[in-house]
Design a protein around this ligand. Sequence first.
Ligand SMILES: Cc1cc2nc3c(=O)[nH]c(=O)nc-3n(C[C@H](O)[C@H](O)[C@H](O)COP(=O)(O)OP(=O)(O)OC[C@H]3O[C@@H](n4cnc5c(N)ncnc54)[C@H](O)[C@@H]3O)c2cc1C
Length: 401
Amino acid sequence: MEPGFDLANPTEEHRMLRDMVRNFVQEEVEPQAHEHDRHEKFNADLFRKLGDLGLLGITIGEEYGGVGMDATAVAIVNEELSYSDPGFCLAYLAHAQLMVNNLAYNGDEDQKGRILPLVCSGEWIGCMGMSEPGHGTDVLGMTTSASPLEDGTWLLNGRKMWITNGVIDDGSTPADVCMVYAKTGQDDDGRQQITTFIVERGMEGYSVGQKILDKLGMRASNTAELVFDDVKIPSENVVGKPGESTIHMMRNLEIERIALAAMAVGISRRCLSIMNQYASEREAFGRQIREFGQIQRHIAESWAEYRAMRAYVYDTALNTRLSESGNRLDSDGVKLYSTTAAKNIADRAIQVLGGYGYVGEYVVERLWRDSKLLEIGGGTLESHQKNIARDLGRDSTPINN
Ligand SMILES: Cc1cc2nc3c(=O)[nH]c(=O)nc-3n(C[C@H](O)[C@H](O)[C@H](O)COP(=O)(O)OP(=O)(O)OC[C@H]3O[C@@H](n4cnc5c(N)ncnc54)[C@H](O)[C@@H]3O)c2cc1C
């Protein structure tokens, strides 16, 4: 590798993508971020502009309306959006990574040809339903189920909880399209077999159970409970072979975790930038506060952690092939490390700003609230610890590679 090689911008195309998103964020995302957080409002009009920029289909082939980029590009977009508005970014991630990328890598040609152009343009807003009221980390224990009928259709029943973009307005309009995981049987060892169903708005029995309000953070994204009550799913809306979606779910969780870790990079960079500037501007006892050792520690530790997470995130992204699973160790590892580091950096930023850090105008309090979700969504810290310890127990070669 040449000196000066930048893992976070490995090609000219990546650099151009970053510049483009950064300009968009400065001009369009930043001015609305505070208001939408305060009023718990999802900005659907701004979201659709992401479609005009090609970002909703960032990993999707051009033939379906996407731009055909890689995991590094996913990290870049999530980092840049989260520098300004992690809540808005979460809505993006749920659509572009959890729904669109999922269908692109697991769906058939008919499904992709029919649905991807609509979700890549932003005409349709999508979501993914995995978690349930009674099952989160223990995802394979899900109770949402589907059974085949004689005419080849399936009957889907159950509830999905905490679904980002599950509702898309201030009323109770559900997402235009939802990738829903449901159990459809058991294998010979008694393990649940999972199948993905494409549920579309207008299907009878598909509705919003409740819009989840008063969240700590990520308030610019909508979260909902979705209800599936005898929803009749035509066979053409079954993704892959029935019973084979555990692998779809696991593969898509890898890119989800990298994207969430990249959000942590964006939050950290912004917080570091704010605390660094403030430490030069603010004086106490006749000196800039950056001259005090305790403030230096906040800035220096944040810098080192930010640099470490940036390297780990972009190294993991560079080594991730979206069409394959097998990067679980690092997709868990990078999310485990980056999310708590981001929360700590946001916390230090508030501390450096003192009372000003505690109010919305100075941004860091919002980023601090938003950062907490990253330790829960897409897998809790404890689930990453469990997975990493289990994987290294089975095969320790990655340690000495
Ligand atoms: C704002 C928001 C948006 C979300 N968006 C989506 C979405 O779009 N789609 C979706 O499907 N889900 C979504 N989720 C759900 C999210 O993925 C789950 O909240 C998460 O997986 C944890 O599940 P849970 O909340 O049921 O907690 P639980 O799994 O019940 O966990 C409770 C506690 O027990 C711990 N725990 C559980 N099992 C173990 C174990 N074996 N060992 C040690 N500790 C354990 C957990 O780590 C946690 O601390 C979202 C959640 C939020 C809050």
